[in-house]
Design a binder for this molecule. Structure first.
Ligand code: PLP
Length: 301
């Protein structure tokens, strides 16, 4: 599947002589993040080949990956189990837009404490899950494994070789790894982590051999899921001026960072940039519910 590149027209781009296109992977599905669809593709195929009829995976209450796994499972006739971080949600998951969406698509939940969640990758924990749920195909948190990277290698097409710079939001690193693998070496890939911490470099290196990439760690806005009124204002203005919706967890931070870097003359005049819109728009509802409670500026839908 190929998605379109949409040209962005903003005064700052003209002034700095930068051309910016956005690859609309968000249009793959209104609720399912484009990159999650790509990350699931070969995992689902493999599960089917191995006659596995259950997918089990992990995530937090706002996880795009949880929503996408539930959706893909339903579509392919595979049962899905979500191990969800936060025992307290057991009583009140109905208030959470992401979990409601996953439930609508038939996902079975198991809520575990934050402490237990930290041990989710240990053999002991997986053994307990096997005892409880019998046989299943296990997908890691965020869905990042080598089959997910393989799926994300299909985001760029040969036509995209005209771009000098490719940018992507980064969570667990699987998406950007696939993008890096499919670049030509004269292109540069810039990742914008949505969370704090420097562990990502290593996670990405596990899946790539090229070195034409870097991470910009300045634009996480305090960490995963954290936002500021300035970011929300940026997302709303960007939508008004370009008609492109951004999500507050990933793509909003990436485009904010990118425009900031353009402002600061990080890129040479004439640079052609392709920013990957990975989706994440299902998360806007949940974020708005949180912002409303705090009496803060909300994202215009
Ligand atoms: C999950 C997600 C990412 C990050 O993908 P990783 O492969 O985990 O780095 C980026 N953007 C959106 C919208 C996502 O849902």
């Amino acid at each position: 599947m190929q998605t379109q590149n949409q040209k962005v027209d903003l005064p700052i781009l003209k002034e700095k002589q930068i051309s910016l296109y956005i690859k609309r992977e968000d249009l793959i599905h209104p609720l399912i993040s484009g990159n999650k669809y790509r990350k699931l593709k070969y995992n689902i195929l493999t599960a089917k080949e191995n006659h596995q009829n259950t997918l089990l995976t992990f995530g937090g209450a706002y996880s795009n990956h949880i929503a996408a796994t539930a959706f893909a499972g339903k579509k392919h006739g595979i049962k899905t189990i979500g191990i969800i971080r936060g025992e307290e949600l057991k009583e009140k998951w109905q208030n959470n837009a992401t979990l409601c969406l996953a439930k609508e698509h038939g996902m079975h939940f198991k809520f575990i404490s934050r402490q237990a969640y930290k041990t989710k990758d240990t053999p002991e924990f997986v053994k307990k899950l096997k005892a409880e749920f019998k046989d299943f195909y296990l997908l890691p948190e965020g869905g990042s494994n080598s089959l997910a990277v393989q799926g994300c290698e299909e985001i760029l097409t040969s036509k995209d070789s005209v771009f000098n710079v490719i940018t992507s939001a980064v969570g667990t690193g699987g998406t950007i790894a696939g993008i890096i693998n499919s670049t030509i070496t004269t292109q540069k890939v810039i990742g914008f982590p949505a969370l704090k911490g420097n562990f990502l470099q290593e996670d990405i290196r596990k899946f790539v051999t090229k070195i034409n990439w870097e991470l910009q760690n300045k634009y996480h806005f305090g960490g995963y899921g954290k936002v500021s009124p300035e970011l929300i204002k940026f997302i709303n203005t960007f939508k008004k001026e370009t008609n492109i919706p951004l999500d507050p967890i990933y793509t909003g931070k990436m485009v904010y960072g990118l425009i900031d870097m353009i402002n600061e003359d990080f890129f040479k005049p004439g640079t052609k940039i392709l920013a990957i819109h990975t989706g994440g728009l299902q998360g806007i509802k949940g974020m708005n519910a949180v912002l409303k409670k705090k009496n803060q500026l909300e994202i215009v839908e």
